[in-house]
Design a protein around this ligand. Structure first.
Ligand code: OAD
Length: 241
């Protein structure tokens, strides 16, 4: 058992090696469309069919993908650390399928397999029973007949309140000995804020990313390598003390 408080923050880079495109690289583009423009309330209002097509394709890709050694290393760390929280910006289920448990994980940008009503509170989990094909219209709410939308956070939207509170509670509970940030450009202010608050008071801030990010300047340790190459080694070193 690692007698430490640990916070891990992940982004699209951790799932990249499972074949899920990141958002900001060239790979993120879909039919020449920028995901930063598709993942918005405005895009959905203008063309819900197009936005649903993109999400359906992403759902299919995620279902077909497998968790990679980076997801598995994080699940291992979660199991062996005294106090642990994973905050992921990823809406896929690869952390969960690698063994990370819901109680120790916050999906701060939602869950791509949730379909929820854009008007009322109805929502359902669409992992098993969905029959997706190119020509299906955007789903309608069985309660109020409004358009249903994916259960993810779009640009400019509020973060889910309950999940936000879970992160805040973890941070309030005490400083972290280790903060690992892997596979994220860390473009959002709240991500930077959480990382800096958690690692204040001498916590180690470890960044795993082949590229420089806004957080790199604060890191106490930098791994400029793909997450699958680094994380298992890093976790084993941490657990060996
Ligand atoms: P991005 O696509 O912005 O960034 C991916 C990051 O992963 C980059 O910093 C890459 O250098 C890094 N990366 C790529 N391959 C990697 C690998 N094999 N190992 C480690 N790192 C690698 O994705 P996020 O930072 O997750 O939000 O994006 C954050 C949020 O912006 C997303 O959750 C989404 C997006 O818009 C919403 O939809 C609200």
């Amino acid at each position: 058992m690692l007698d430490a408080r640990v916070l891990v923050l992940t982004g699209a880079g951790v799932s990249a090696e499972s074949g899920i495109p990141t958002f900001r690289g060239k790979d993120g583009y879909w039919r020449n469309l920028n995901p930063a423009k598709l993942a918005t309330p405005e895009a959905f209002a203008k063309d819900p069919g197009l936005v649903w097509e993109w999400y359906r394709e992403r759902r299919q890709r995620i279902r077909a993908a497998q968790p990679n050694p980076a997801h598995k290393a994080i699940a291992k760390l979660a199991q062996h650390a005294q106090k642990f929280l994973l905050v992921t910006q990823n809406v896929d289920d690869l952390h969960a399928r690698a063994g990370s448990r819901k109680e120790k994980m916050v999906q701060i940008h939602g869950d791509i397999f949730v379909t929820r009503c854009s008007r009322c509170h109805f929502s359902r989990h669409d992992y098993e029973h969905e029959h997706e094909s190119e020509d299906i219209d955007p789903p309608k709410c069985p309660r109020c007949n409004a358009l249903m939308r994916p259960g993810v956070v779009w640009f400019g939207e509020q973060l889910p309140w309950d999940e936000l509170r879970r992160v805040e509670n973890y941070l309030k509970d005490g400083r972290c000995d280790f903060v690992i940030v892997a596979g994220t450009t860390a473009t959002f202010g709240y991500i930077i804020d959480w990382v800096l608050r958690a690692s204040a008071s001498n916590g180690q801030l470890i960044e795993v990313n082949p590229e420089v990010t806004q957080l790199s300047q604060f890191a106490t340790k930098l791994y400029r390598e793909p997450a699958t190459k680094v994380l298992l080694r890093l976790v084993n070193e941490m657990l060996a003390g």
